[in-house]
Design a protein around this ligand. Structure first.
Ligand SMILES: [Ca+2]
Length: 339
């Protein structure tokens, strides 16, 4: 075998190897491209509720209210979450978890009439009657360098009055908490009632036959000279529900109050607070009963719908067991029950 033959044989082998490599390599690429699932972030079902249904307040019982009067909104939040406000540039608020200073959400407000365009996956809906979009995307912590780890994030953007409110939740493992906080989002204009105003308003109480002034959701009246009180009023499980009840296109509020006279009785009343020039004004109310349970309050088409558990004939006062839906509407400035 001479050198030339040897050379030729080597070339054949090399050529065969190259052809095989191209076939195998191409096959692998084609397989990856066509058969392997593409990298995508599956959006879970949106849990944000529209404002007619209202957030499920049974889940956010005892939450506090953050109000931003500069940008006109409020959201509720659990006690283990903190809000940090910033001056102008960058996020206007950082929301974090107290325990480990963990960053949960950043809130930006900028001038825009359209949603951001960088979504991998999106869903449109509405929050407080304004167009909103939930958008999943990849995010990186620090200028997105080549070798940087990307992670999955999502934003909820809300458009109102030429402003875009962006809530960016940078960790999908906290998606349900971010969603839950956002489900309580509400714009507040000068003409709107706010939860804070309702927690500091005057209410007529049937139980005591008098008008009292709540301060931060509480009222307490002590017996003369003593520390024991004879009248205590609070907002029952933070149940404040907004909706138009007197058909003037301005949202009013249904508020459930809990009154006690110092004994074991816990008397629940429904009160209707009318929006009068942007301020809450007591109009009328209904006694609901001692220790009845109010699961939810909704306002739909001008009717207040109470989902309650009331006492059956064999129930002790402590422990009602009978599920009952009661609907009220306003007639001649009185709440009347409707079927
Ligand atoms: Ca109204």
């Amino acid at each position: 075998m001479n050198y030339f033959q040897n050379y030729q044989t080597n070339w054949k082998y090399i050529l065969i190897i190259i052809i095989l490599a191209v076939i195998v390599g191409g096959g692998v690429l084609a397989y990856q491209y066509w058969w392997l699932p593409k990298h995508e972030i599956k959006p879970p079902e949106i849990t944000i509720k529209n404002e007619i249904a209202g957030p499920d307040l049974s889940e956010v019982e005892g939450w506090q209210i953050y109000t931003n009067s500069q940008y006109g909104f409020e959201v509720k939040y659990p006690s283990d979450v903190y809000f940090k406000e910033f001056a102008v540039q960058g996020p206007i608020i950082a929301i974090g978890i107290k325990e480990n200073n963990y960053s949960l959400m950043a809130v930006y407000v900028d001038d825009s009439t359209s949603f951001g365009k960088y979504c991998d996956n999106q869903k449109n809906f509405s929050i407080d009657n304004s167009p909103a979009q939930k958008c999943y995307f990849e995010e990186c912590a620090d200028f997105c360098h080549e070798d940087e780890q990307y992670y999955n994030a999502y934003s909820i953007e809300i458009l109102q009055n030429n402003l875009r409110y962006s809530f960016i939740c940078s960790d999908l493992s906290h998606e349900s908490l971010c969603d839950q906080i956002l489900s309580t989002f509400k714009f507040i204009g000068e003409e709107d009632l706010t939860s804070n105003e309702l927690k500091n308003a005057d209410y007529y109480i049937f139980f005591a036959n008098k008008t009292i002034s709540l301060q931060d959701g509480n009222y307490q009246e002590n017996l003369p000279g003593g520390t024991t009180f004879w009248l205590g009023v609070t907002i029952y499980k933070d149940k404040i529900t907004f909706g138009d009840i007197n058909n003037d296109q301005k949202d009013d509020a249904a508020v459930i109050l809990n009154t006690t006279g110092g004994g074991s009785g816990q008397f629940r009343e429904l009160t209707l607070m009318i929006n009068r020039d942007g301020k809450p004004l007591y109009l009328t109310g209904k006694e609901l009963g001692d220790r009845v349970i109010i699961n939810s309050v909704n306002i739909v088409s001008g009717e207040i719908i109470l989902d309650m558990i009331v006492h059956g004939p064999n129930d002790g006062l402590c422990c009602p067991t009978v599920k009952k839906i009661i609907k009220y509407k306003l007639l001649n400035n009185e709440l009347v029950s409707v079927d």
